[in-house]
Design a protein around this ligand. Sequence first.
Ligand SMILES: Nc1ncnc2c1ncn2[C@@H]1O[C@H](COP(=O)(O)OP(=O)(O)O)[C@@H](O)[C@H]1O
Ligand SMILES: N[C@@H](CCOP(=O)(O)O)C(=O)O
Length: 321
Amino acid sequence: MTADRDWAEVAAGPPVTVRAPATSANLGPGFDSLGLALTLYDDVEVAVTSGGLAIEVDGEGAEVAGRGERHLIVQVLRRAFGLLDELAGTDLGQPPGLRLRCANRIPHSRGLGSSSAAIVAGIVAARHLHPAGAALDDAAALRLATEIEGHPDNVAPCLAGGLTIAWTGGTGPRSVRLEPRIGQVTAFVPERRLATEQARGLLPGTVPHGDAAANAGRAALLIAALAEGLGTDVLLDATEDRLHQDYRAPAMPESAELVARLRGKGVPAVISGAGPTVLVFTSSARVDSMSAEVGNGWHIHPLNVAPHGARVQHDRSGARP
Ligand SMILES: Nc1ncnc2c1ncn2[C@@H]1O[C@H](COP(=O)(O)OP(=O)(O)O)[C@@H](O)[C@H]1O
Ligand SMILES: N[C@@H](CCOP(=O)(O)O)C(=O)O
């Protein structure tokens, strides 16, 4: 099948800008399953050009993000363009050139899903630019994003917004989206980075049956607590974890200590994703009083749940970028 446009026509058109939200995965007991989209965003502009590869990065991770073909978003774009040709039966191959402009606000390797935001932004941009982009539907986008990221719990809310439960069934990764009834959450972000891959390496191959059973019950309770807007006392119990946080504590002792201290005072606090950010479910008034107590060395981000997942940004005139 031939596409109705070729890359030369796409290059003559406008670039696409995608805004992708940060995410907090696990939320305590929901390891590799639960995730929340948050109102902290990366913006990525992608243009198809007549040749070469140009990448401009502003903000978080500018110094460490791989350059050229090693840049994560470039790798994702290439994978998505290849998959789109396969799915649509077209043979456009790779575009002659690409230009990326990244405005990064999600801190890297802190447990706020920066890699998922990059992956999902790349997929959404590729879907918009490729002339047969519609062939990559939402289910296929979740499958591709999960394949690249390795687990579905961040990419699901980054694609759908809100609160998601993700799992891998017979047909691959899937997710359901819920509207959580919670107000603000606060992320306490330390300077220290911890790569997700390293944090996953700290997990044991097996866990005691009692711990697995406790987490299953708490994860179920957490969904009810978030969906029904149940009180802090329920949320405190519902965010208890026995499957990952303690095993990872040696790699982030300050975060583990902060979680324990806050929970000891009745505040529902968890490690965000693989850490070391600490995510707290609480009102802004409580955060103000907590901030003084928490001490220096933490960047404090009061955030809300992002209602939408990664989306193409439209300019003010309402025209497609
Ligand atoms: N916007 C981005 N552009 C390019 N690469 C990115 C971007 N965001 C994240 N990455 C890559 O992902 C890595 C961080 O991923 P990871 O360790 O999983 O932590 P996080 O919890 O932030 O997702 C970065 O070191 C970088 O290689
Ligand atoms: N379930 C994963 C979540 C990793 O999230 P990230 O934001 O730290 O990449 C895990 O706990 O490993």
